[in-house]
Design a protein around this ligand. Structure first.
Ligand code: AMP
Length: 181
């Protein structure tokens, strides 16, 4: 048996109650990222359903999606494309608005980051309402990329994010779920 096969990754996620505000159970993956075999198992499991799929780029959402997405891209032997908060990308970018609890935000991608028809895997650490991921899918589709799927370490199923991605026709792969929030 390999060193990573029997690791319970959920045990490596730290929960911080009432962060960043009262009532939120913050699922902190820094404890998982800091664990050598945990990190390796996490990346192995994120890529597992996609190893035989045609994927040419991995798109990661700022900021934890960069850490995971970079490693996933390396495993899949493809490139990495950052999706960032508005105003952070240096070259010409296109944006997509999405709703927050209060107000709106915008994420951006370089307009020349992907070719039309390019098969892309979306990666982030956690899917909650799916607002961020749905905006990322729309952004990738504005570049006419083909979104092959989306991979997250953590699902908060009660908030309906994966169901929201399914409605957009995107297959959602997650490694663990925290029910109830
Ligand atoms: P959403 O757009 O609602 O799916 O939120 C997803 C984004 O917010 C991800 O980039 C997460 O990193 C972050 N996020 C939302 N809820 C939590 C939580 N309970 N713990 C940690 N991060 C969260």
């Amino acid at each position: 048996m390999s060193l990573t096969e029997d690791i319970d990754l959920k045990d490596l996620v730290r929960t911080i109650p009432d962060y960043p505000k009262p009532g939120i159970m913050f699922r902190d993956i820094t404890t998982l990222l800091g664990h050598a075999n945990g990190l390796r198992a996490c990346i192995e499991r994120l890529v597992a359903p996609f190893t035989n799929r045609r994927i040419e780029s991995v798109a990661g959402i700022e900021a934890r999606g960069f850490i995971l997405g970079g490693a996933v891209a390396d495993r899949l032997r493809c490139g990495f494309v950052p999706i960032r908060k508005k105003g952070k990308l240096p070259a010409k970018a296109i944006g997509q608005e999405y709703e927050l609890e209060y107000g709106i935000d915008i994420i951006e991608i370089h307009e020349d980051a992907l070719k039309a028809g390019e098969p892309v895997l979306l990666v982030d650490d956690l899917i909650a309402t799916g607002g961020t991921a749905a905006a990322a899918v729309k952004l990738l589709r504005k570049l006419n990329a083909e979104v092959v799927g989306a991979a997250f370490v953590i699902d908060l199923p009660d908030l309906g994010g994966c169901a929201r991605l399914a409605k957009l026709g995107v297959e959602c792969h997650t490694l663990m779920a925290f029910e109830g929030d």
